[in-house]
Unconditional design. Structure first.
Length: 223
């Protein structure tokens, strides 16, 4: 009699690759973040500020996704961190296979892999890449109701970073409103308020990230 693997049947092709990616990252104790936001909220800026502070202490690899251009990878590589661009050629999200193809060449023996997704609050929510966490960025001034307009993304995320705090005096935007709107949908979110321009709030973000890096590594002492 032929055995039918039900689990096999219900998993999409993307989910299978995401699971394989996640297992590989677990083996190497690599923390993987998937950064998602609207275009222009500051994903590349947050990656730049983060790698500037952590690059001497951790092995970091950055994968950036965009429909066109290699600009973001270039911006990150100038800080002396390895960065590779995935130009999706039109696709509005990254999928697990695209990430896998980039990592096959380099292996995953890094402490931290940051994936900057394509700027889009819709479909990246439903494409697992094998990451530990989705980090959702919302910037001051892009509409405090952004989280309630895109609930699946808020639910799929583990962290909310409210960026561009320096713009508060010039807009009617209220970071507390962004936070409350997001927590209504996902009360488990870890929330950080920062300005990638002035550096405000980045210390708390870095402290949290460092602690996550330690926890992940501790769970995989072999690597
Ligand atoms: N005023 C201000 N501008 C920012 C901040 N973070 C990013 N930006 C600017 O916002 C624009 C988009 O940022 P970018 O990092 O490219 O966003 P991405 O499209 O999400 O990767 C750029 O002009 C950045 O310089 C911030 O904290 N404050
Ligand atoms: Mg970018
Ligand atoms: Zn898409």
């Amino acid at each position: 009699m032929k055995k039918v693997d039900l689990r096999e049947k219900v998993l999409s092709a993307n989910e299978k690759i995401a699971i394989a990616n996640r297992e590989r990252f677990a083996d190497t104790g690599t923390l993987v973040l998937n950064l998602v936001s609207s275009p222009g909220s500051g994903k590349t800026s947050l990656v730049e500020e983060t790698v500037k502070i952590l690059k001497d202490r951790y092995r970091i690899y950055v994968v950036t996704g965009d429909i066109m251009t290699e600009n973001d990878a270039r911006r990150i590589a100038r800080h002396g961190v390895e960065a590779v661009q995935i130009s999706t050629g039109g696709a509005c999200h990254l999928d697990a296979k695209m990430v896998d193809e980039k990592l096959v060449k380099i292996g995953s023996d890094y402490d931290l892999i940051i994936v900057e997704n394509v700027g889009n609050l819709v479909c990246p929510a439903s494409f697992d890449l094998g990451e530990d966490l989705k980090v959702l960025l919302v910037a001051v001034g892009e509409g405090d109701d952004k989280p309630v307009k895109y609930p699946p993304m808020v639910r799929a995320s583990g962290v909310l970073v409210i960026n561009k705090l320096d713009l508060v005096p010039y807009t009617d935007s209220k970071p507390e409103a962004i936070e409350q709107n997001a927590l209504k949908i996902n009360p488990d979110l870890e929330v950080f308020s920062v300005s990638c321009k002035t550096g405000q709030g980045l210390d708390r973000w870095i402290e949290w990230l460092t602690s996550r890096l330690k926890t992940k590594k501790a769970a995989h002492p072999g690597s």
